[in-house]
Design a protein around this ligand. Structure first.
Ligand SMILES: Cc1cc2nc3c(=O)[nH]c(=O)nc-3n(C[C@H](O)[C@H](O)[C@H](O)COP(=O)(O)OP(=O)(O)OC[C@H]3O[C@@H](n4cnc5c(N)ncnc54)[C@H](O)[C@@H]3O)c2cc1C
Length: 497
């Protein structure tokens, strides 16, 4: 039991101001915790939510863009109640996933010819059915231990669509875009069976926010925090937990001390760690003193953290037809072809063709002369090492050669680098083949010290929230939010006992 008298005296430090951190802080403050501090490494709040206005008054979402699902989605609820959702035709502006391909998506091949919309529709809807089987836990026994790529190859191979060149090539595109959805480098590294633990919420899957973007939801959470609760530019260097002063027995008032890189330190009864899985992979062995239990370290190692980057290209004027929602690139030999994947798995030759991982270029809501390219995995990380100008030149070359249109030079770019960002180190979590995701998410979420090993020491010294700690909604903003609330509720019950 805490030596504090109640929640009003408990000192809580939250590390990170993404949705998980802000949700935790907002819930604690709401129920009367008076001493809540959020330490954020960056100069801004939001983490992987980054609504920015780089060139005009209109926003660009460099990170999360959509609210996935409606029923039971707390962020959809907030956005709906506060009138933050985008309505009308622009709300239909979706990323071109297999399940949302429209006739306005132009699928171009390397030879400049377009793939017929019939073939695109047939392949995408068949691909969709096959991935749904994995999502719905309906895989046949023979497919359960396979990677998603291997399962799909086997199942798609039985379709007559696999017998045509266009069918095969669009199928490769579908695998590439699925990598974007899953943040993995390749579907050949991604578990087919574990995906069934991910829960898609009912209702429209892509809910677009209005002119304030995701920042408007962050602002709703920030509004109720007392001023000074969030301290930006405060990267945490060490989390010293289980502190016992020599000679003071077990009743140390503050069992945790958080030290920032600038030397400033904060004592706390409880610390809620919400940094990304990527940051934990990078720093878990150095930031915690004493080090984390083996179970947690292996969860951090076993869960995978993938990279998704966006390549925003701005032009002086648009050069695509008015009805075009995006240019999708269909390769003769794409990186998600099994043979190509295998031939590139050793060595570094894949770096020469990194751009083949770009799925295509979609038009961008509120930016009529911009396109957004999508890229994932090791190719995304490699791209991050290149200059913007080099990336833009390659993209223009691709657009010119695939479409044959008169594509002008790019006037401005905004290219994300989530993998190299030291405070994020990637985009979102995925489950590699052979890993028990549920076990790993749970181990990551469990607080320290473990209750059964507490004997007299303060329980709930270090709590863990963040997208990667949710068994069913990992990867999403609402998942992150709900983990923050979960950890706040854990503390609330602790003080209610
Ligand atoms: C390109 C991209 C597109 C996405 N698209 C969508 C989408 O459309 N819909 C959706 O639902 N989700 C999407 N996501 C995922 C979603 O953004 C995340 O799941 C969610 O925002 C994670 O929130 P979080 O609070 O768990 O972590 P984060 O947002 O990563 O917050 C953690 C915070 O901790 C801070 N931090 C790290 N280290 C330290 C330290 N040492 N000291 C102090 N602070 C530290 C970080 O700066 C960060 O602010 C996308 C993500 C990316 C990158």
């Amino acid at each position: 039991m805490s030596t504090c008298t109640g929640p009003e005296n408990a000192k809580v430090v939250v590390i990170g101001s993404g949705f998980a951190g802000l949700a935790a802080a907002a819930r604690l403050v709401e129920v009367g915790f008076k001493n809540v501090l959020v330490l954020e490494a960056k100069e801004r709040v939001g983490g992987r939510v980054h609504t920015t206005k780089p060139f005009t008054e209109n926003i660009i979402e460099a990170g999360a863009n959509w609210i996935h699902g409606q029923k039971g989605n707390p962020l959809f609820k907030i956005a709906k109640e506060k009138n933050l959702l985008s309505e009308g035709p622009s709300a239909r502006k979706n990323m071109c996933l297999p399940r949302s391909v429209t006739p306005q998506d132009y699928f171009f091949k390397e030879d400049g010819k377009q793939v017929s919309t019939t073939v695109v529709d047939q392949v995408c809807s068949h691909f969709n059915k096959l991935t749904d089987k994995a999502f719905n836990d309906e895989l046949e026994c023979k497919h359960k231990n396979l990677t998603l790529g291997a399962y799909l190859d086997d199942a798609f191979g039985e379709s007559p669509l696999a017998a045509t060149e266009d069918g095969q090539q669009v199928y490769e595109w579908c695998k590439r875009i699925e990598c974007t959805d899953e943040a993995c480098s390749s579907l050949y590294e991604f578990s087919a069976s574990q995906i069934s633990y991910y829960t898609a919420l009912e209702g429209g899957f892509f809910n677009t926010l209005g002119p304030g973007g995701y920042q408007a939801i962050l602002d709703v959470l920030l509004k109720d925090l007392p001023s000074g609760t969030v301290q930006c530019n405060a990267p945490v260097k060490s989390i010293q937990w289980d502190l016992v002063k020599k000679g003071c027995g077990e009743d140390q008032r503050y069992p945790v001390k958080v030290v920032c890189e600038n030397g400033e330190s904060f004592e706390a009864d409880h610390v809620i760690v919400t940094v990304s899985l990527g940051v934990l992979k990078d720093k878990a062995t150095t930031i915690f003193e004493p080090s984390l239990p083996e179970e947690k370290l292996s969860a951090i190692k076993n869960l995978s953290f993938g990279i998704v980057d966006k390549i925003f290209l701005f032009f002086e004027k648009s050069f695509w037809p008015d009805d075009c929602a995006g240019v999708q690139l269909v390769w003769k030999e794409g990186p998600e072809d099994k043979d190509v994947y295998e031939s590139l798995s050793e060595g570094e030759t894949w770096k020469k063709t990194w751009f083949k991982k770009i799925t295509g270029f979609d038009t961008v809501a509120r930016h009529p002369t911009a396109l957004c390219g999508w890229i994932t995995g090791r190719e995304a990380l490699y791209m991050e090492s290149l200059q913007d100008s080099e990336i833009a030149a390659i993209c223009v070359r691709l657009l010119r050669s695939f479409t044959g249109w008169s594509v002008p030079e790019v006037s401005k770019t905004l290219i994300t680098r989530w993998g190299s960002d030291p405070h994020v180190r990637g985009s979102y979590t995925f489950i590699s083949n052979g890993v028990n995701g549920v076990e790993a998410h749970k181990a990551l979420a469990s607080p320290l010290p473990p209750k059964d090993k507490c004997s007299g020491r303060k329980h709930l010294q270090v709590l863990f929230a963040g997208e990667a700690t949710h068994v069913n909604f990992y990867t999403t903003t609402h998942g992150a939010y709900l983990t923050g609330v979960r950890e706040a509720e854990r503390l609330i019950s602790y003080y209610a006992d």
